[in-house]
Design a protein around this ligand. Structure first.
Ligand code: SF4
Ligand code: FES
Length: 248
């Protein structure tokens, strides 16, 4: 396959940035999108040019590090798929592909396609701890958890913290991410002790980081590679209201 890439190049956060065009030639359809960028980078290095900076780690769809907006869609628009698991067979020979970083005020560009997502870490930190008794490991069946709660907690726990939900949202809202994190602990007995404090602290941290509010357009759910459902946001709003009520 031969493709043409329009890639966002930006030296640092204060550089205005620009698109540059690169040919990507002799590609194999079974290559992943990131392997294609590796090939292009090897060619750039051979020519003595600066390689394209992009984030990746596991390349298995589990760490949430890859963060590319491909043809205007975070992670490229394949349902339930991260950019690292996207393969070239989903494109046509001769296609021109536009690649950009996540764009949100709370995610400043570090370089080219790499953004700083430390705001997510600070929200997680604001969530604090979970009360667990020290001592021996309890038997798995010692704390009964209703099946429905366990299933929903596991659904929420699938969030890999990639930030695609923020990048897709016209308000740069982080509510799908925060709702997933609030829910996966709040639904389980072990996380219930600090539930009210946790939701309040995480929502306040989210607002302080400059993320926008949710206006229920659903773009976050549409691009989420882990298919986190919008109804977790409704659940977080209920938890937050209940926590405020308790505090009053
Ligand atoms: S909710 Fe989905 S899109 Fe948002 S950070 Fe989690 S996995 Fe990524
Ligand atoms: S590199 Fe880990 S999810 Fe893509």
């Amino acid at each position: 396959m031969n493709l043409t890439l329009r890639v966002w190049r930006q030296t640092n956060a204060s550089d205005p940035g620009r698109f540059l065009t690169y040919p990507a030639t002799n590609l194999i359809p079974d290559m992943s999108f990131l392997e294609m960028l590796d090939v292009v980078n090897e060619q750039l290095i051979v020519r003595g040019e600066e390689p394209i900076a992009f984030d990746s780690d596991c390349r298995e769809g589990i760490c949430g590090t890859c963060s590319l907006v491909i043809n205007g869609i975070p992670h490229g628009g394949q349902k339930g798929t991260t950019a690292c698991q996207l393969h070239l067979r989903h494109f046509k020979d001769g296609d021109t592909i536009t690649i950009e970083p996540w764009r949100a005020k709370a995610f400043p560009v570090v370089k080219d396609l790499v953004v700083d997502r430390a705001a997510f870490d600070r929200i997680i930190q604001a969530g604090g701890f979970v009360s667990v008794s020290t001592g021996g490991v309890p038997d798995a069946n010692a704390i009964p958890v209703p099946k429905h709660d366990a299933d929903r907690a596991m659904d929420a726990a699938q969030c890999i913290g990639c930030g695609a939900c923020v990048a897709a949202c016209k308000n740069a809202s982080a509510m799908l991410f925060v709702a997933a994190k609030v829910s996966h602990l709040g639904l389980l007995p072990q996380g219930k002790v600090e539930k009210d404090r946790r939701v309040g602290n995480m929502v306040r941290a989210m607002d302080a980081e400059g993320f926008g509010n949710c206006t229920v357009t659903g773009s976050c759910e549409a691009v989420c590679p882990k298919e986190i459902r919008l109804n977790f946001i409704a659940r977080m709003n209920r938890d937050y209201a209940a926590a405020l009520w308790q505090r009053e």
